[in-house]
Design a protein around this ligand. Structure first.
Ligand SMILES: Cc1cc2nc3c(=O)[nH]c(=O)nc-3n(C[C@H](O)[C@H](O)[C@H](O)COP(=O)(O)OP(=O)(O)OC[C@H]3O[C@@H](n4cnc5c(N)ncnc54)[C@H](O)[C@@H]3O)c2cc1C
Length: 464
């Protein structure tokens, strides 16, 4: 019997697990995929929003501002790249100048510090690539950039190092109330008992809440397509440059990433299929047009990949975080959910305490992670030339909690395969290292879990 079971190992489930691992509690995380951070956390803008977007008084506004203030410390503790680069919302003409002033007023009401409005010329002095057509800018120096999946991986790793368990390939298909708590059933028939349950299942949090009979909301997917430029374009802008928001979101941005690339996007399209992560020619054209309006000379020739993330848009317009009979929903956690995650974790911990969880703090809690050290010689062999990743780093990623087991897992932990050649050179070497370190056949190595095996068989064995 666990004290708390968390369903979903995205950044929200991960940060909650980390928070609870600071107490004398038995905690486990159940994740349907074969790795953490495979949902929205794995594909988003990676912006730590200052907090002026959300309507004053909402949970989104409150947890955004708190999360933004917490992020620098959390990232440092977890060894995750974070940079307080500041953000700009750029306006074109009178109508949008007015929106920028409204956003500034809303930010001040939400408690965002250091906001100011610049003229277009003032803004171009700090950010020379901004379009000459920009008439005013909302500057938010407290905004930042972070690697979203690194944050989730590190948070889960910290929780595991402090005693939490992680069950991958564990899709929750049933939640039953008992006198002492809940029995959770997974698709393959395993049962997990727990006093408290926290539902952080992202796009499927409505389904999981329904299993428990605690669903009065729905969650639908809104796709966001991106283009990512090589590092040679990473210094085009030093701030995150947003357009004025619309009812579909914060609009198309141009931003440096925490790893020195330049990210362009996202689009914003309501779709029906919760698994549709395709990119479209129309979406990429829209991004190209959108970014060239706010920033001059965006080097589209430097685009090295494109991808899509799916927002989990809740039916209430706000984050849906509530507790009933020891069952906590964390649903509709769309943007700024990444920013808010550290604050959501504290909020959920307090909800659980309100529901009767009575934990003692651990004196010896480590807010960071234990990083596995490979044989020093292995750090001298470079496997990924684009990102200069060594064999030692790859071995470390396999043996540090939560360990990578496939090509994408290595990619997200070490950046091997993230560069200009997108793994064309290093992937076979990474596969060999994975097979060797995990003690499995090369034929079992996958790109991203079962069904994405890299190899079908040995050519000579097949008689080819
Ligand atoms: C395009 C886009 C741009 C964004 N930009 C930003 C940004 O710049 N800044 C910001 O702050 N936020 C941003 N966000 C929002 C942010 O990414 C999310 O709020 C955050 O990642 C949500 O984390 P999560 O853990 O709730 O969900 P997820 O990361 O989706 O995790 C949910 C997990 O639950 C698992 N799961 C689902 N069903 C089950 C089940 N039945 N059993 C077991 N496991 C299950 C999934 O596999 C998944 O791993 C953006 C989102 C998108 C899509």
């Amino acid at each position: 019997m666990y004290d708390v079971l968390i369903i979903g190992a995205g950044v929200v489930g991960g940060m909650i697990a980390r928070e609870l691992s600071g107490f004398r509690l038995s905690v486990a995380v159940l994740e349907k995929e074969n790795d953490v951070a495979r949902g929205a956390t794995g594909a988003n803008s990676g912006i730590v929003h200052a907090g002026f977007d959300a309507k004053t008084g909402t949970l989104k506004a409150k947890l955004n501002v708190l999360g933004c203030a917490m992020m620098e410390k959390v990232a440092a503790e977890l060894g995750v790249r974070y940079e307080k680069c500041g953000s700009m919302v750029v306006a074109f003409g009178d109508e949008q100048d007015k929106t920028v002033r409204e956003l500034c007023d809303r930010g001040i009401a939400n408690g965002v510090p250091e906001l100011s409005i610049l003229t277009g010329d003032e803004a171009r002095k700090i950010e020379p690539a901004l379009s000459g057509n920009i008439t005013s800018v909302l500057l938010a120096p407290t905004a930042g950039i972070i690697c979203p999946y690194s944050l989730a991986i590190a948070a889960v790793g910290c929780a595991m190092d402090n005693g939490a368990e992680l069950f991958l390939n564990t899709e929750v298909t049933g939640v039953e109330k008992t006198s002492g708590g809940y029995v959770i059933t997974s698709k393959d028939g395993r049962k997990f008992e727990s006093r408290f349950v926290v539902n952080c299942a992202g796009l499927y949090s409505d389904k999981v809440a329904e299993f428990a009979g605690k669903c009065d909301f729905s969650v639908r997917p809104r796709s966001g397509e991106y283009m990512l430029c090589d590092k040679d374009a990473g210094e085009l802008v030093s701030h995150t440059v947003f357009k004025v928001p619309t009812k579909m979101g914060k609009g198309i941005l141009v931003s440096p990433t925490a790893h020195g690339n330049l990210i362009l996007g996202p689009t914003s399209t309501d779709i029906d299929d919760k698994e549709d992560k395709s990119t479209t020619a129309a979406g990429l054209e829209l991004i190209a047009k959108g970014v060239s309006e706010s920033v001059d000379n965006v080097p589209l020739r430097s685009v090295i990949t494109s991808f899509t993330g799916l927002r989990a848009v809740g039916s209430t317009g706000d984050f849906i975080i509530n507790e009933s009979e020891g069952f906590v929903n964390c649903a509709g956690i769309e943007s700024p959910g990444l920013t808010s995650a550290p604050a959501i974790a504290v909020y959920v911990r307090n909800l659980l305490i309100g529901a009767g969880m009575d934990p003692d703090r651990k004196e010896d809690w480590n807010p960071g992670r234990k990083i596995y050290k490979a044989d020093p010689k292995k750090y001298g062999r470079i496997i990924c030339r684009c990102e200069t990743v060594s064999e030692g780093e790859i071995i470390s990623a396999i043996h540090t909690n939560p360990g990578a087991t496939d090509i994408d897992g290595i990619k997200k932990r070490t950046r091997s395969g993230m560069g200009r050649c997108q793994g064309g050179f290093c992937q076979p070497f990474v596969a060999e290292i994975l097979a060797r370190e995990l003690g499995v056949s090369l034929l079992e190595i996958t790109k991203s879990g079962s069904g994405s095996e890299l190899l079908m068989g040995k050519t000579k064995e097949a008689g080819i």
